[in-house]
Design a protein around this ligand. Sequence first.
Ligand code: HEC
Ligand code: HEC
Ligand code: HEC
Length: 125
Amino acid sequence: MKILIFLLILLVPFCIEAKGTLSEATKACIECHEIINPGIVNDWKKSKHYEIGSIGCAECHTGKERPDSFPHNGYMVHKVVSPKDCAPCHTVEAKEYENNIMSHAYENLMYNSLFKDLARTVNHF
Ligand code: HEC
Ligand code: HEC
Ligand code: HEC
């Protein structure tokens, strides 16, 4: 038994190691943003993403260039993080949500001619 506990204690550092590390880009974001947005950084530090160890600012706010991207301290950063950014990592949740009636609310309203007439009448245009 004692030997087993000893072995478990020996393994602990490896378990922590296996959690993954922050990317260089995320480390750079944090250096500045913990000064200018301590709240955002602290919220993130309470998240599962931080606990996992490898999902930080850059993993959500950088990537393929798109209309809301802007050059920012050597990175192409996008301001808007949409459900489409979460989907590649959260495939199960994205699929579940797709089957939910709420995910079609926008189309249901915007492509519904009766709703369009209602909106036009209310707004007088
Ligand atoms: C050298 C310091 C510095 C680094 C590095 C940095 N930022 Fe910033 N960031 C700022 C400052 C200062 C602002 C606020 C002023 C501005 O908009 O430029 C800001 C603003 C932002 C905004 C808000 C823009 C807006 O218009 O509301 C986002 C989003 C952002 N940064 C994300 C990031 C991400 C993601 C990274 C890492 C890839 C990063 N930043 C790296 C200093 C930095
Ligand atoms: C899991 C994804 C995710 C992570 C990780 C993340 N963010 Fe965000 N961030 C969002 C979302 C979602 C919003 C709110 C909606 C939006 O503005 O796109 C947001 C908003 C912001 C804004 C406000 C942008 C504006 O509208 O002006 C800033 C600044 C920002 N994040 C910086 C950071 C920093 C710094 C980190 C790292 C400590 C970080 N974010 C980590 C998803 C993320
Ligand atoms: C780079 C990959 C990645 C991105 C991008 C990402 N996540 Fe995550 N997220 C993870 C991982 C890995 C976990 C931890 C394992 C799990 O719970 O699936 C996690 C955990 C979570 C959890 C906690 C689940 C729990 O069981 O406690 C929430 C909530 C979450 N993510 C929401 C989001 C949202 C919302 C976005 C987009 C704004 C996002 N994530 C973007 C990888 C990502």
